[in-house]
Design a protein around this ligand. Structure first.
Ligand SMILES: N[C@@H](CCC(=O)N[C@@H](CS)C(=O)NCC(=O)O)C(=O)O
Length: 296
């Protein structure tokens, strides 16, 4: 992991005494063409924001671009294929220092840039996803309510649980540095998947027939599981394809065009297997697996 301290890039591991004080959480008014969303197509957290953006059909009012899949020592970068459409920056760190020259913290995606105030409105995926789902209905091409009032308490409880047990849980196993910690994280992820399998035995999505914010949390991690987490994070008890209902759930999600068009498995694999060279020193990116998402 790499960080900035008071606007300066820190070499890997040199984080002694670092206190992460800076996050951005200051959304402005809703105005078409005012915001730009920087994501990484590989990142499951950024994927939350991208999913809401795509499901609501906000392409014409909020622009989106991705960083390059391969992250080097200077953090998220832009390249010819994945360039910065606003500033032609070479690295995402420039976007952070434009917003706050003495920024201290991790340079993460997603980033919601406010063109009017020339600053970062938010770099919190959950906050951005929530804001898009709640505030942008008036500009949404598709009227989808991902935060239905009737389910609101259970959606937020389940969303938080998925974040802890699955979204972050897989990293707990993948980045473990000792056996016991890895095994605890491994068991915890598969216990959570077993519970979700049970929950999905009598419904298509987590709260019934329609997608909610809980699904927006779960889908990014499940879609990456068989190609990445199973191998790279050593989560190899089962693939998602080995669960009856979770597999049906993934295929039902991928059957939705607005979801399928946000999923770039080659980009995802290129990121994880190339960037985490402490887990994969050869940086060889696996060719497979071939996944057939069709429902029947
Ligand atoms: N606060 C963030 C965290 C997102 C996050 O951890 N993103 C990862 C990619 S999956 C990242 O940008 N990591 C870069 C780094 O840690 O150097 C969120 O929006 O949820």
């Amino acid at each position: 992991m790499t960080y900035m301290k008071k606007g300066c890039w820190l070499p890997e591991g040199d984080t002694e005494g670092l206190v992460f004080v800076d996050t951005f959480n200051d959304f402005g008014e809703i105005e078409p063409h005012r915001y730009h969303l920087y994501v990484s197509l590989a990142c499951p957290f950024a994927h939350r924001a991208l999913l809401v953006h795509s499901l609501l059909g906000l392409e014409e009012v909020i622009s989106v671009s991705s960083v390059s899949p391969k992250r080097f020592d200077n953090g998220w970068a832009f390249d010819e294929e994945f360039s910065d459409p606003l500033f032609n920056a070479t690295h995402l760190q420039s976007i952070y220092t434009m917003a706050k020259p003495d920024f201290t913290g991790r340079i993460t995606v997603p980033v919601l840039w406010d063109k009017k105030r020339q600053t970062i409105a938010s770099n919190d995926s959950a906050g951005i996803a929530h804001w898009l789902a709640q505030q942008w209905q008036c500009f949404a091409k598709n009227k989808i309510d991902l935060l239905p009032e009737v389910n609101e308490p259970s959606v937020s409880v389940l969303s938080d649980w998925i974040n802890e047990k699955v979204n972050l849980g897989v990293y707990g196993a993948g980045f473990a540095t000792e056996q016991a910690g890895y095994e605890r994280a491994f068991e915890s992820v598969f216990d959570a998947l077993d519970l979700l399998e049970l929950r999905l035995s009598n419904r298509i999505f987590l709260h019934g027939d329609s997608l909610t914010m809980s699904d927006i949390r779960l889908i990014p991690s499940l879609l990456r599981f068989d190609s990445v987490y199973y191998f790279h994070f050593k989560l190899n008890k089962k693939r998602i394809q080995d669960y009856h209902y979770l597999w049906r759930y993934c295929r039902a999600a991928m059957d939705i065009e607005a979801i399928a068009k946000t999923v770039y498995l080659e980009h995802i694999k290129a990121h994880y297997f190339y960037t985490h060279d402490h887990l994969n020193p050869s940086r060889i990116i696996p060719v497979g697996p071939d996944i057939d998402w069709r429902l029947s």
